[in-house]
Design a protein around this ligand. Structure first.
Ligand code: ASP
Length: 591
């Protein structure tokens, strides 16, 4: 037997017992002839001690131990002279009578401690060493616990966990596919699933009316800070349900997770907001509702005073920043530069200070009388001491989005986004379609399997762009503190409606048949009404862990270039493999 206990287990009550531990040497030090060793495994750290008068061989072995050596240590549990209340095992130590070195270790490239000195890249290259550190171990433990809670909850509600294949045909979720060449079918490729969307719908057709899976998804996107090319979803689908049933089920799941994992009671019921309200008031489809500072439209009240920029705008909107009327010229200039950054994309920023004495000071004093400014301030619902920030433009949604970004920034600057507060929200009533000016076509806002609201079907069959823009869907997103944690919809379950959807998306009948014939065909064989959703599991973990970075919650993540620097992937493959696959690589001509 390698060990009788783990390194996190022994307490005062164990004193007098002879035990065997196994683990990694965190560090060892000599003190007045005695050798102290901190032995670590994933359960904790236990202090080992070799007395000055121990047999010379034992003392020699103890002093020869390097960091991260793997050892087995035998001895008696004794009470410590100087206790360490910060350690769970801090009341005891093990007085050793034997040490066996199970394996030596090279000197680790960084120290395995909570605050490691290794840089990001170095730690990524030696991820298996980084994973020995407490913060990452705790992150993975949390992930495990959440997965366990999810399974318990869904099992208690009658959901079956069913695996779906990874080598499939493209499932469009708005990103590029990762593809895998097929050796047995030269010239043909599998796609890795962007989500199990079509398969879970086929499971509904098959009668498995409550399905879930904690499943890997793959999306070949340009990576933003918090994205991974492969990530995990809690993917769910239900039959014979309406939107209300889905929302209620998963609201309960989220409430249970919050309570059981981090002991937090979230809102019950979780508030709901239409996509239109979210855009109008927060300039975002994932509003952070921990604070107000909502957007107000000023188009009617601010136009017609001879100020060209506003007179020519199709939409004018503003936020009133509480207590910011005291901003100096310099601060306002800095803010103006901030909104001009490409990430925000505004042309400029107009301000009105509502002074404590009720007077106004603005960047548009030349065109607007105090009475005009008062009307604007009323429309912006500004109070004394507020700073009104105004933006305008031709496209209402674009201006609102910019104001939304500014709102979040001001929320950050004013400390209104308390990480200890959790403000969940359902966004509902999404438009079904989104027009893209560049390609002059509609895209599915959620995905092409989302059903139009039955009451909007008349618009759905219209050929007019204005009508199609009016079609909404029973689609929903679960939003928390300004990030989207999940989303789903009630699906199309009728072959003709599905065909019409592809037609609206500019996918011709042949292409639709080639790519999605299997699902259209399945809908001919008794497809039940169904709907579902998926949560971003990595993001849920990061959120519960109080972190912004999902990478810490994934055992082996990729870096910002989509690379796994530990195994050095992606990498070139052998000519033999390429030949078997009948693939020629076009080499870029070196300049
Ligand atoms: N498949 C969707 C997604 O990955 C979720 C859903 O509609 O259930 O976002």
């Amino acid at each position: 037997m390698y060990r009788t206990h783990t390194c996190g287990e022994l307490r005062l009550a164990n004193c007098g017992q002879n035990v065997t531990l196994a683990g990694w040497v965190q560090k060892s030090r000599k003190l007045g002839g005695m050798t102290f060793i901190d032995l670590r495994d994933r359960y904790g750290i236990t202090q080992l001690v070799v007395e000055a008068d121990a047999p010379a061989e034992l003392v020699d072995t103890a002093t020869s131990l390097g960091r991260e050596f793997v050892i087995q240590a035998k001895g008696e549990v004794v009470e410590r002279q100087s206790k360490n209340p910060k350690m769970a095992t801090g009341d005891i130590e093990i007085k050793l009578d034997a040490i066996t070195i199970l394996n030596k270790s090279a000197v680790p490239p960084f120290t395995i401690e909570d605050n490691s000195d290794g840089g990001e890249d170095l730690r990524a290259k030696y991820r298996y060493l980084d994973l020995r550190r407490n913060p990452l171990r705790e992150a993975l433990m949390l992930r495990h616990k959440i997965a366990h809670e999810v399974r318990n909850f869904l099992d208690s509600k009658g959901f079956m966990e069913i695996e779906t294949p990874y080598l499939i045909k493209s499932t469009p979720e708005g990103a590029r596919d990762f593809v895998v060449p097929s050796r047995m079918n030269p010239g043909q490729f599998y796609a890795l699933p962007q989500s199990p969307q079509t398969f879970k719908q086929l499971l509904m057709v098959a009668g498995y009316d409550r399905y879930f899976q904690i499943v890997r998804c793959f999306r070949d996107e340009d990576l933003r800070a918090d994205r991974q090319p492969e990530f995990t979803q809690i993917d769910c689908e239900m039959s014979f349900v309406e939107q209300e049933d889905v929302l209620n089920t998963f609201e309960e799941m989220m409430r249970t997770l919050f309570k059981n994992v981090i002991g937090v009671e979230i809102a019950n019921p979780i508030p709901r907001m239409s996509w239109f309200d979210a855009m109008d008031k927060y300039g975002s489809d994932k509003p952070d509702i921990r604070f107000g500072m909502t957007i107000h439209e000023l188009t009617a009240v601010a136009k017609g005073k001879g100020f060209g920029v506003l007179d020519g705008a199709a939409y004018i909107g503003a936020i009133a920043v509480p207590g910011a009327a005291e901003y100096t010229r310099k601060q306002i200039d800095e803010l103006t530069e901030w909104v001009k950054r490409p990430q925000v994309g505004a042309k400029g920023l107009i301000y009105i200070k509502v002074n404590q004495d009720g007077s106004f000071k603005s960047s548009i004093d030349k065109f607007y009388s105090p009475e005009d400014l008062e009307k604007i301030a009323a429309a912006a619902e500004a109070s004394k001491g507020d700073l009104i920030l105004i933006m305008s433009g031709d496209n209402c949604r674009k201006v609102q989005t910019m104001l939304g970004v500014l709102r979040l920034e001001m929320g950050n600057r004013l400390g209104l986004r308390n990480p200890k507060e959790f403000a969940p929200l359902w966004i509902v009533d999404f438009p079904l379609l989104e027009w893209d000016d560049e390609t002059q076509r509609f895209y599915a806002m959620h995905h092409p399997f989302t059903a139009p609201k039955p009451e909007h079907e008349k618009y759905f069959y219209s050929d007019k762009k204005e009508d199609l823009e009016k079609v909404c869907a029973n689609a929903y997103d679960f939003v928390l503190n300004g990030s989207e944690l999940g989303g789903g919809s009630i699906r199309i379950h009728n072959a003709d409606v599905q065909k019409r959807m592809f037609e609206v998306l500019g996918i011709g009948p042949e292409e639709a048949e080639y790519k999605f014939g299997f699902i259209i065909n399945a809908f001919r064989f008794g497809a039940p009404p169904h709907g579902g959703l998926a949560f971003g599991f990595d993001r849920v973990c990061a959120l519960f862990g109080g972190s912004d970075s999902i990478r810490d919650y994934i055992a082996f993540p990729k870096n910002n270039q989509g690379r796994d620097v530990m195994i050095d992937s992606p990498s070139e493959i052998d000519q033999i493999q390429l030949d078997e696959l009948q693939i020629d690589i076009r080499k870029k001509v070196e300049e």
